[in-house]
Design a protein around this ligand. Structure first.
Ligand SMILES: [Zn+2]
Length: 300
């Protein structure tokens, strides 16, 4: 009698071989050895990767020093320069802004004058209330003025350049902003902030005056604070051990707002510090460079 073809066994066997070939250290070893012998490329993972998932990636031995902040009095000038490099150097823009602010009695009006001209700024000041913000000044002008949106962008970027740092500057950055292999979930994902390697309990300080928009806890961010600094500038502080302020609280620059920790989805004690401009995360280190990059967008 002819034996029946063991089709199911055959399929299961093929499945086992496929899994062993692509998803086990032994398969990776054979594939790597094969590629080495035949001088070809392989997509096999390095053997250590099978045992490294979920562990803290050791930081580089010599972390790059934190770039220094821009001179505080020139923060808005740096923001204006990033929007339009043809306005002159940041120190030159800063002195022009100072004299404009003296005549117009408002920093927002000075920014408006820089981009739309002094006459436009004076007209807007006459039609807006006392101590107006840019949004009040913009209401007094025709809606299609692109120079108004440039002024708004300069004020937002200037706000980012003026930010302090949440921890002492000596604290090492253990994971920078940008696309990275996720240490816990795998796959390439955007790391939307910077990770600062600090032990549990370190004082976390507000980087500028603002209002606490969120003080809560979840499985991903742990104990998280989100602070709105106005003008489209928002900062977040994740994985804290303890929050020292609540929803709606006003905080001052340098005020201790939390104690750092290891809560939420985290591989070790650290602070995840994030800067959002106009609702998009950006690299906070870009706003600490001595010389601003031009054409700063809000999308990277
Ligand atoms: Zn992070």
């Amino acid at each position: 009698m002819k034996p029946r073809l063991p089709l199911v066994e055959l399929v299961l066997c093929a499945l086992c071989l496929w899994a062993a070939w692509y998803h086990t250290p032994a398969g990776a070893l054979v594939r790597t050895a094969g590629a080495w012998v035949f001088r070809t490329h392989t997509t096999a993972r390095p053997l250590l990767a099978y045992y490294g998932a979920g562990t803290l990636v050791p930081p580089p031995e010599h972390a790059l020093p934190l770039p220094g902040p821009v001179p505080p009095a020139q923060a808005l000038a740096y923001g204006a320069f990033a929007v339009r490099a043809d306005l002159g150097s940041p120190p030159a823009i800063a002195s022009r802004l100072r004299s404009l602010a003296q005549t117009l009695h408002s920093e927002d009006a000075a920014a408006l004058a820089l981009f739309c001209g002094e006459e436009t700024a004076h007209y807007a000041m006459e039609h807006a209330g006392s101590q107006p913000h840019l949004i009040d000044l913009a209401r007094a002008l025709p809606p299609s003025k692109t120079c108004v949106s440039q002024a708004a962008q300069a004020l937002m970027l200037g706000g980012a350049y003026a930010l302090a740092w949440p921890l002492p500057e000596s604290v090492r950055i253990t994971s920078p902003f940008g696309m990275r292999e996720h240490p816990l979930l795998g796959g390439r994902r955007l790391h939307a902030g910077v990770d600062l390697g600090v032990m549990k309990g370190a004082p976390v300080r507000a980087v500028a005056d603002g209002i606490v928009r969120r003080a809560s806890s979840d499985g991903v961010n742990g104990r998280i604070l989100v602070v709105d600094h106005g003008g489209g500038v928002v900062t977040s502080y994740c994985h804290n051990d303890e929050l020292l302020v609540g929803d709606g609280d006003h905080v001052r620059r340098g005020q201790m707002i939390a104690r750092s920790g290891n809560t939420g989805r985290s591989t070790g004690p650290h602070l995840h510090y994030q800067l959002d401009l106009g609702g998009e995360p950006v690299d906070p280190l870009r706003f600490r460079a001595q010389r601003p990059k031009t054409a700063v967008g809000a999308s990277d």
